[in-house]
Design a protein around this ligand. Structure first.
Ligand code: SF4
Ligand code: FES
Length: 247
């Protein structure tokens, strides 16, 4: 396939940035999207030009690092996948592909297609954990029977990889899907109930401080989420927040 790429180039956080057009040729339909980007970068380096900076690590849908807005969709035109799992067979010979970074005030661009997502880390630090006594008297996890329904729901919520696609795709740049997944994975388990009230209050407070918008139930986040995180989690977080506010 021969393709035209329109890519956001931005030298640093203070640079205004602009779209730049590139051509790539002989792209196999079996390549991943990031392999196609590697080929572009190899050709740029060979010409003495600056390669396009983009985030990636595992390249198998686990780490949540790859974060490209492709033809106006977070993680591109496929569903239930991350950018690294997107294949070039989703495109046609002669296509023009637009590639941008996540766009949200709370995710400022660092360079080209890389954004700063440490806002998510600060939200996690505000309450995305449980406090466990590790002195040697730790209770065996199996001593606490948990209904399978709750365990499954908790595991589903825990599959969030923190990629930020939900924020990037939301018209309000809301982080509610991410935060609600992190709140829910503990709220559903007895181990998480101990600190549940403080957790939801502190994480939502930090989410607001970081400048994320609020949820208006559009549901675009759920559609674009590579891990199928359900809007149910937002409803659960709202209930947890209401209960905690009434303490
Ligand atoms: S909820 Fe989905 S889209 Fe949002 S950070 Fe988690 S995995 Fe990514
Ligand atoms: S590079 Fe790890 S999820 Fe894509």
């Amino acid at each position: 396939m021969n393709l035209t790429l329109k890519i956001w180039r931005q030298k640093n956080a203070s640079d205004k940035g602009r779209m730049v057009e590139y051509k790539v040729t002989d792209i196999s339909e079996h390549m991943s999207f990031l392999e196609m980007m590697d080929i572009l970068n190899e050709s740029l380096v060979a010409k003495g030009e600056e390669p396009v900076a983009f985030d990636h690590d595992c390249r198998e849908g686990i780490c949540g690092m790859c974060s490209l807005f492709i033809n106006g969709e977070a993680h591109g035109p496929d569903r239930g996948i991350t950018t690294c799992q997107l294949h070039m067979r989703m495109f046609n010979d002669g296509d023009t592909i637009t590639i941008e970074p996540w766009r949200a005030t709370a995710f400022p661009v660092i360079k080209d297609l890389i954004v700063d997502r440490t806002a998510f880390e600060r939200i996690q630090q505000a309450g995305g954990y449980i406090s466990v006594n590790t002195s040697g008297n730790t209770q065996d996890a199996n001593a606490l029977p948990i209904p399978k329904y709750d365990a499954d729901r908790s595991m589903d919520a825990a599959s969030c990889i923190g990629c930020g696609a939900c924020v990037a795709t939301c018209k309000n740049s809301s982080a509610m899907l991410f935060v609600s997944a992190k709140v829910s994975q503990f709220a559903l388990l007895p181990q998480g109930r101990v600190e549940a009230a403080d957790r939801v209050m502190n994480m939502v407070h930090q989410m607001d401080l970081e400048g994320f918008g609020n949820c208006t139930n559009t549901g675009a986040c759920e559609v674009e989420c590579p891990k199928g995180i359900s809007l149910e989690n937002i409803a659960r977080m709202n209930r947890e927040y209401l209960k905690a506010s009434c303490r």
